[in-house]
Design a protein around this ligand. Structure first.
Ligand code: NAP
Length: 286
């Protein structure tokens, strides 16, 4: 099937992940030559084989092992992907966050969440843009979160990092527009994947009802909901869209942030949460 992204080179960071694999499958299904990038050879290999089995007519899905937080690794991955097929699409899915109340967030935790979500995207945006300029343009899509649009109690460092990522997307869109490089973000809501272990948020009936009340379209999302939005932003259908942040979360942005206290108590322990809610630094640490 020939579509508008047929034959485009595409790099997906975190390509073996929940979102990454769904995005790769979607892009490959529409004819792109996809390269997955991640730190674990076995999971990349498995994801690539799974897509090949599901889409026997698609171009082979390649993979490259590396760390998205390492500029050298990202530069190498971009160069290899571009050498196999002109890179016109780059999708950054690497990210994740720490569950901790504000009073337990240390500088190290904040730096770690910033590195995972912002520095990884910065490397990909810069190096992908550098190869897209001579190709006459391209599309870069980053993965934010509902936490990038709300204050997000109990995941504060993640929220700070995703807000920063959205600011990075906007400035990159502004500066790279001159080269017809579009930079956009999706802002997914909760989707159970390996990284997002929502636990009681979806298993506990009371908590699940709260989660659904946060969304006008009252259901939990799927990775395919996210990859459909990424596919739109990647292709020429979105040729005049840049610097946008597209919420893909059932309308959650119209209502309120997730109530994470119960989950935070499971993850961090009651002692940490009780101390934090009394305005104390848990464990008395500075
Ligand atoms: N799932 C949700 O509910 C949800 C909601 C909103 C936003 N998000 C965001 O969506 C993105 C993807 O989430 P997901 O649920 O798909 O996570 P996931 O299933 O854990 O996938 C993340 C992938 O990234 C890879 N990765 C992690 N660190 C890396 C690094 N430094 N360098 C290269 N690869 C790395 C992981 O593989 P290796 O560990 O083998 O490298 C994994 O394959 C994240 O940015 C997350 O913040 C998720």
């Amino acid at each position: 099937v020939t579509t508008e992204i047929d034959g485009f080179g595409a790099l997906v960071t975190g390509g073996a992940g929940g979102f990454g694999t769904s995005i790769a499958r979607r892009l490959a299904g529409d004819g792109a030559a996809v390269t997955l990038f991640g730190r674990t050879r076995s999971t990349l290999e498995m994801a690539s084989e799974r897509i090949a089995a599901e889409l026997p007519d698609a171009l082979p899905v390649r993979w490259i092992v590396g760390d998205a937080a390492s500029e050298e690794d990202v530069q190498r991955a971009v160069a290899e992907a571009d050498a196999s097929r002109d890179l016109r699409i780059a999708v950054c899915t690497v990210g994740g966050g720490t569950m901790a109340p504000l009073m337990a967030i240390t500088a190290d935790i904040l730096r770690q969440d910033f590195d995972r979500n912002v520095i990884t995207a910065l490397h990909t945006i810069r190096h992908a843009a550098a190869v897209m300029v001579p190709h006459g343009g391209g599309s870069i899509i980053c993965t934010s979160s509902t936490a990038g649009g709300f204050s997000y109690p109990f995941m504060g460092s993640y929220s700070v990092a995703k807000h920063a990522l959205e600011a990075l997307v906007q400035v990159a869109a502004d500066e790279l527009g001159a080269f017809d490089i579009r930079v956009n973000a999706v802002r997914p809501g909760l989707v159970p994947t390996k990284a997002a272990k929502p636990g009681i948020l979806v298993t506990d009936p009371q908590q699940r009802a709260t989660v659904l009340r946060e969304k006008p379209l009252a259901r939990v999302g799927t990775a395919d909901d996210i990859s459909a939005a990424v596919r739109y932003l990647a292709g020429p259908e979105a040729a005049w869209v840049t610097g946008a942040v597209l919420p893909v979360e059932g309308g959650n942005h119209l209502r309120r942030a997730a109530d994470l206290e119960k989950l935070a108590r499971q993850v961090c322990g009651d002692e940490v949460i009780d101390q934090a809610l009394r305005g104390r630094i848990p464990g008395g640490a500075a």
